[in-house]
Design a protein around this ligand. Structure first.
Ligand code: MOS
Length: 747
């Protein structure tokens, strides 16, 4: 096994660390990639879903006769027609597959229809009659909190926060912060096709992030063994967390219809439907109280963190937990009290979204850091540097940072690219209509599922070498556009010393690979990367003894892709097994639920963002001119896709900061289309400068950690800090729409 170079010392790498074109790019840009709506099995029916118009209501009767009688309608199903359990299994078994006695959010599924045409399926929806008794609905964090109706609750208790707050020598600041719903806005809506496989099982293909979740859900509602449920991911047009748990709903619904009709059935959501009933980023509220001594050293934090979880538990406990663990930001704090609550309301269940519970609380932490710095009369950079975590320090959960902690280098490089020293003193002094400001925000991100997701941690890779030396790789994690195919190709080519062009990644299929946990938590490069490496090493070890007496200069350190096919053929002639299953199990993690102490994640990615804004004081409009986004990723496998992650994450962060929010009335989302749910476009893109720092993580493939989510997390606070620098008004709620900024300016 190749040993890793120590930090800062480079080893000779041929493919890893170099830009490489995405292997899936030509198919996608030339329109040949097959998405779910491109698939039309013979005899296929179209599905539609009857949904609740009420946030909370008792269902007194459901009449389906008229819908059934419509020409072209094959079946109408309600909760009574579910052969297995009427639940979507996730963390708790409370998520209802088809509402029976009550409905708990607008858009909740009540009945399913399969018909010969889309038109008939749509028409039949209107013919299903449901009698409701509308009940009072709980819609806000405040109402849910008052009722003590919690989907999850966590805490961290460390040291003696009370003494720090009562010490008259300390400066204390308390504020409330709020963050909105955010829509994933993937280009492709949720969609699946289900069909009986003719052998007593069922095949589901779809736009999915986590095929193994859907497998479990379908087996549960149909009451059949998981081995009879085969899930294949088709080319997926974006997920961002929105296709983690959510596709289990259309997956189960479509499976029920196909099982009943014995026909292929397609269910592809309209955009409006997708926005109304699919998961979103949880709205958040944070009470942040901090005590500092006069030198600007943080003495204590006392935090309440609330998320609006919606009607069912889904993923809220883990989303909330990630926020909890990172609740003091990348800073040393000895005395800590954090209480975190996911509140149940009669609204759409919220779920995974890039950052997973961190963006909400990081907005509060980093806005608060600037507010505290002002109160102390300290420069925001100086204040952060006095407190920032470094090698040998402990996080608020008592995790000692022994390796791969590049926070300081990230800050240094980002500030340099931002020309902070020159620009910061120049800005924040304008008196005219247009005023410039510069803001900084830091974050850190525990890579992978961590202590709460232990049972889903391992990942597998099947690597098969063909007679001509070409290679097929199947992994249990998925390509969503983030670049998994690219980095795993590079890792395999590096390990085997072959040309990356001979490697082919195939679409994830639950019948082909063991459950490898979800494609989330920025864990794919780390977990599947190590699994691929492990499989390649097994193959290499089998090959080496057979090549020793031959003049085939193939193995490392001599990288000779031109001799790879010859080496393969020579091994095959000697009956060497040229395939292997790689398996990767991460190092131990821990978390004590009573104290919130432990090593919750295997390692952390360290990030800093600076944002430069121009504020129009007459209109309240904020234009972002420049954004520098830096990350210690351990080791970058592909600088090109890495920069792509940074650009995409930064833009999602700017949307969150400036424009994106859902407006609800009586629990109904009013803006459910892209004409009224606004996201940034290329026209809104600032000068965007990515910065990569590499403090290698010894267990990661070539030292890599994770990068998928981190570029999104600390953008919004950098924006409000820049606005405060420009105009002296510190927003405590996002998005910083022109209306909100104008109101702050004219308050
Ligand atoms: Mo990701 S938000 O952990 O699906």
């Amino acid at each position: 096994m190749k040993t890793l170079g120590p930090e800062g010392v480079s080893e000779v790498l041929h493919t890893v660390g170099k830009p490489m074109r995405r292997p899936d790019a030509p198919e996608k840009v030339q329109g040949r990639a097959v998405y779910v709506d491109d698939v039309h099995p013979a005899g296929m029916l179209y599905a539609s879903v009857v949904r609740s118009p009420h946030a909370h209501a008792r269902i007194k009767a459901i009449r389906t006769d008229r819908a059934r009688a419509l020409e072209g309608v094959w079946t109408v199903m309600t909760h009574q027609d579910v052969p297995g359990k009427n639940i979507i299994p996730m963390i708790k078994d409370d998520w209802i597959c088809l509402a029976s006695e009550e409905t708990h959010h607008v858009g909740e599924a009540i009945a399913l229809i399969a018909a010969e045409t889309r038109e008939a399926a749509q028409k039949a929806m209107e013919l299903v009659e449901v009698d409701y008794e509308v009940l009072p609905a709980v819609l806000t964090i405040e109402e849910g909190f008052e009722r003590e109706d919690f989907l999850a609750q966590w805490k961290i208790l460390k040291g003696d926060a009370d003494s720090a707050f009562s010490d008259p020598d300390n400066v204390v600041l308390e504020e409330y912060y709020r963050t909105p719903y955010q829509e994933h806005a993937y280009l492709e809506t949720n969609g699946v096709i289900a069909q009986p496989d003719g052998m007593g099982g069922i095949l589901i293909q779809g736009s999915l992030q986590c095929p193994h979740y859907v497998q479990k859900a379908v087996a549960t509602v149909l009451d059949i063994e998981m081995a009879r449920v085969r899930i294949v991911q088709l080319t997926t047009g974006g997920g961002f967390g929105g296709k983690e748990d959510a596709p289990s709903v259309p997956g189960s619904h479509c499976a029920l219809l196909a099982w009943k009709t014995k026909r292929p059935v397609k269910l592809v959501y309209t955009r409006e439907e997708d926005m109304i009933c699919m998961s979103k980023r949880h709205p958040g509220k944070v009470r942040y109280r901090m005590a500092c001594n006069r030198e600007g050293i943080i003495q204590a934090v006392d935090v309440d963190y609330w998320l609006n979880g919606g009607a069912y538990v889904t993923l809220s406990p883990v989303v909330l937990w990630r926020g909890l663990v990172h609740a003091a930001g990348p800073y040393r704090v000895q005395n800590v009290r954090v209480h975190a609550y996911a509140v149940r309301t009669d609204t759409v269940p919220c779920g995974a979204f890039r950052g997973f519970g961190e963006p909400q609380i990081v907005f509060a932490i980093e806005a608060h850091m600037d507010a505290m710095a002002r109160l102390l009369g300290l420069d925001p950079v100086e204040f952060r540097l006095k407190n920032v975590l470094d090698y040998g320090d402990e996080t608020i959960t008592g995790h000692k940072l022994e390796s791969s902690c590049g926070m300081k280098e990230v800050i240094e490089k980002v500030l340099e690219k931002a020309e902070w020293k020159e620009r910061y003193p120049r800005y924040g002094r304008d008196t005219g209509r247009l005023r410039k400001g510069l803001g900084l925000a830091l974050s850190y991100y525990g890579v992978g599922l961590g202590a709460l997701g232990k049972h889903l941690n391992p990942a597998a890779a099947n690597v098969v070498v063909s007679a001509d030396g070409s290679i097929t790789i199947a992994v249990g994690t998925t390509e969503l556009g983030q670049g998994m195919f690219t980095v795993l190709t590079q890792i395999c080519a590096e390990e085997l010393g072959c040309d990356p062009r001979v490697i082919r990644l195939v679409e994830p299929d639950t019948s082909r690979v063991p459950d490898s946990g979800p494609t989330v938590a920025s864990r794919t490069t780390l977990m599947s990367g190590n699994a691929v490496r492990n499989a390649c090493q097994q193959i290499k070890e089998r090959m080496e003894p057979h090549l020793q007496d031959q003049v085939i200069p193939w193995t490392s350190p001599s990288y000779r892709p031109e001799t790879w096919p010859q080496a393969v053929s020579s091994c095959l002639q000697k009956s060497v097994q040229m395939s292997a299953q790689g398996w990767s199990v991460p190092p131990k993690t821990s978390f004590d639920v009573d104290t919130g102490q432990g090593d919750p994640y295997v390692t952390y990615t360290w990030s800093a963002n600076t944002v430069e804004v121009t504020v129009d004081t007459e209109t309240g409009e904020v234009v972002v001119d420049r954004l520098v986004s830096g990350h210690d990723v351990g080791k970058i496998i592909n600088p090109q896709t890495g920069e792509g992650q940074i650009q995409g994450g930064a833009m999602q962060g700017l949307g969150y900061a400036l424009v994106e929010e859902h407006i609800l009335k009586d629990g109904r989302i009013l803006n459910n289309q892209f004409s009224n749910y606004i996201i940034p476009t290329p026209m809104d893109t600032p000068e965007l400068i990515p910065v990569i720092v590499e403090h290698r993580y010894p267990w990661g493939p070539y030292g890599a950690k994770g990068l998928g989510e981190t570029p999104m997390i600390a953008v919004a606070p950098a924006v409000v800090n820049a606005i405060a620098h420009a105009v002296g008004k510190h927003l405590k709620e996002i998005p910083a729409t022109p209306e909100r900024v104008w109101e702050a300016l004219n308050a």
